[in-house]
Each structure stands twice: as structure tokens, then as C-alpha cells.
Design a protein around this ligand. Structure first.
Ligand SMILES: CC(C)(COP(=O)(O)OP(=O)(O)OC[C@H]1O[C@@H](n2cnc3c(N)ncnc32)[C@H](O[C@H]2O[C@H](COP(=O)(O)OP(=O)(O)OP(=O)(O)O)[C@@H](O)[C@H]2O)[C@@H]1O)[C@@H](O)C(=O)NCCC(=O)NCCS
Ligand SMILES: Nc1ncnc2[nH]cnc12
Length: 298
């Protein structure tokens, strides 16, 4: 069985527009998923007073040209400092496109960072999810001499105060909450016969139960993070989003997070990254019988 050229990841000619389209679809799927505790969803603004669903969807669409440019660039340049710096330039331009689309609201900065690095790794030839995460980690760890000095981000303030790695640490560690937490939970829930919506909600809750989310830490400190992590663990212990007890615990957690103004935005971003990897037609998945080993090219 052969694949048409450019039809999927692992194929060096995988099309940039396919990667960009999949990244935007993943962002849309995360935004639309409901009910998500504390996050913007189809029901409303969650713990945010400056975001809603149309804004998140507009933000996702505004990032499409950036994802495409990231993929084109990663096909053109070999892994190294020049590629890292070019991705930094594109990422900062993407941040500005997001800000223009949202009136300066940070809707998807963490998602652009995670998905941008994964798109680059796949466009460069990563042939499976782990290779993509590993390639993204290698890119994240390279220095970018053009990072502008400026006001410290919320993530930076939290890093200084609590010593957590945040979005940068997650990428440098090869996205453990995507590869080891979200994707296995998503697939286990599907294998157990759960609906797609429930599988995605359980994957989100699994990430929330473990992630040191700088968005939560910035708004609620360590106490806020405990509320999010223990609350998500409790929903899963009650059976997850697909059981009556789990669903009512989820709605209680949502009520609590909105009351405390706590938003697990980093978990939302990492769910989008997991959905992106899950939506791609990896050769190892489609040709499992024929391919025993899928090697990392990068
Ligand atoms: C490396 C960068 C991502 C910058 O990171 P940094 O931590 O310095 O900057 P932040 O501006 O704080 O953005 C990081 C966002 O990452 C998400 N996140 C948080 N924790 C984690 C985690 N543990 N793992 C992964 N991801 C995480 C989180 O995103 C969500 O939160 C958003 C809202 O957060 P915030 O801005 O704090 O807003 P509010 O609380 O709403 O503010 P107020 O209303 O209270 O004022 C939410 O929308 C989610 O997106 C963090 O926000 C990266 O940007 C960078 O260096 N880029 C340079 C370009 C580049 O090199 N790109 C290459 C690839 S294209
Ligand atoms: N659904 C969502 N609500 C708020 N912030 C987010 N960041 C990423 N996804 C989000």
C-alpha cells in the first residue's frame, strides 16, 4: 500500500496547508468542546471576562497563515539556530496577528507556541507523535538571540515566584502532558466506548489534574492550583465526564472555578496540541501492519 505524496506526516512533502488546517481544526475543536471547567466553551466565557467562543474561533483562524509559514520554513531550513530564530520571528508575528484579531486578548499564546513547534517538527519529517514532540523539544531548547527584552509575561512572573517551567518547560520536556497524559486518556476513553466529547473532556481533566498551569498560578497562586488539580482528579475518580456522578462533579468544579476566576488555559492549549497530533494521518497508524518501526528523522 502506498500513500500519495504529501498526504501525511512522516512524508517530507507533507503539505504545509494540511498541517495549518489541522492545527486550526484542533484549536476549534478545543474551543467548542463543552462543558469545560473554567474555560471558554459553547456555553459561555468560563472564568474569563474578556473572551468568548467567537473570539477564540476568530483567534484560531487568524493563526492559520502563521502555521502555514512555520511549516514552509521548517521544510526549507535544516534543524538549527537559523530555523529556531526564524520560528521565533514567525511566532512573534503570529502573536501580533492574534492580538489584532482579539483586541489584545491572549487567547492562544500557549497554543501557538506548542502547535507551532509541533508543526515545525512534523514539516521537518518527524514520523510519529513522539518524534514530533522530541523534535519540538529540540527546537524549544535552542537559543533565539532575537527575543525582545520587554515586560515580563505572566508565565515569567510565575516562573520566578514558584519555579515552574510553564509553557517553555513543557515544550523542552517534549510535551509530557500531551504524550503521556492527554493522548493515552483520550484513547483509553474511546476504547471503553465513551463518546468523542467525553473522551476529550476526560483528556482535558487528566491534564488539569497534573499540570502546573501558569495561567492558574498567576491568577490563584498555589491554593488556586490545588483547587484545579484536586477538582479535576475528583471528577475522574467519580468516573469522568461520561458518568452521572462524574458529570455533576465536573459542573460543580466549573461553578467553583468561575467563582474563583480560575482558568486552566494552559490545559486547554495542551488539549488542542493532543487533538492536533491525534487528527493527523500518521503512517504508523494507517500502515501499522506494514511498518514495524517509524524512525525519528530529526
Ligand atoms: C514560550 C512562550 C509561550 C511564552 O511563554 P511565557 O510563559 O513567558 O508567556 P505567557 O504570556 O504567560 O504565555 C504562556 C501561555 O502558555 C500557557 N500555559 C500555561 N502554563 C502552561 C504549561 N504548564 N504548559 C503549557 N502551556 C502552559 C498559557 O496559555 C493559556 O493561558 C492564556 C491566558 O493566560 P494569561 O496571559 O496569563 O491571561 P489571563 O490570566 O487571562 O490574564 P488576565 O485577564 O488575568 O490579565 C490562555 O489564553 C491560554 O493560551 C500561558 O498564557 C512563547 O509565547 C514565546 O516565547 N514565544 C516566542 C515566539 C516563538 O519562539 N515561537 C516559536 C513557535 S511558533
Ligand atoms: N477554551 C479556552 N478558554 C480560555 N482560554 C483558553 N486557552 C486555550 N483554550 C482556552
Amino acid at each position: 500500500m502506498t500513500r500519495p505524496p504529501g498526504s501525511g506526516p512522516g512524508d517530507p512533502s507533507v503539505r504545509a496547508d494540511v498541517l495549518a488546517d489541522t492545527a486550526v481544526r484542533a484549536l476549534r475543536a478545543e474551543a467548542l468542546l463543552s462543558p469545560k471547567p473554567g474555560l471558554v466553551d459553547a456555553r459561555g466565557s468560563g472564568a474569563h471576562d474578556d473572551m468568548d467562543l467567537p473570539l477564540l474561533l476568530a483567534s484560531a483562524e487568524a493563526l492559520r497563515p502563521t502555521f502555514r509559514a512555520v511549516a514552509d520554513t521548517a521544510k526549507r531550513l535544516v534543524f538549527g539556530a537559523e530555523l529556531r530564530e526564524e520560528l521565533g520571528r514567525l511566532g512573534r508575528a503570529g502573536d501580533q496577528a492574534m492580538s489584532r484579531a482579539t483586541g489584545e486578548v491572549n487567547t492562544h499564546r500557549g497554543a501557538l507556541w506548542a502547535l507551532g513547534l509541533l508543526v515545525a517538527a512534523i514539516a521537518g519529517g518527524a514520523g510519529d507523535e513522539r518524534c514530533a514532540a522530541g523534535g519540538a523539544a529540540g527546537l524549544a531548547a535552542l537559543p533565539d538571540q532575537w527575543i525582545p527584552a520587554g515586560q515580563a509575561s505572566h508565565g515569567e512572573l510565575v516562573r520566578r515566584r514558584y519555579g515552574t517551567g510553564g509553557a517553555r518547560g513543557e515544550a523542552e520536556d517534549a510535551f509530557p502532558h500531551v504524550i503521556e497524559v492527554a493522548l493515552p486518556r483520550l484513547r483509553r476513553a474511546r476504547a471503553d466506548g465513551r463518546s468523542e466529547e467525553v473522551a476529550r473532556l476526560d483528556a482535558l481533566l487528566a491534564v488539569m489534574s497534573l499540570l502546573n498551569d501558569t495561567c492558574v498560578l498567576h491568577r490563584g497562586g498555589r491554593a488556586g492550583l490545588r483547587v484545579v488539580q484536586l477538582g479535576a482528579s475528583h471528577v475522574l475518580a467519580e468516573g469522568g465526564a461520561g458518568t452521572d456522578r462524574g458529570r455533576s462533579a465536573l459542573l460543580e468544579l466549573d461553578h467553583r472555578l468561575r467563582g474563583l476566576r480560575l482558568s486552566p488555559g494552559g490545559s486547554g492549549d495542551l488539549l488542542a496540541a493532543a487533538l492536533f497530533l491525534d487528527m493527523l494521518p500518521w503512517p504508523g497508524r494507517r500502515l501499522r501492519a506494514e511498518l514495524e518501526v517509524t524512525a525519528c528523522r530529526r
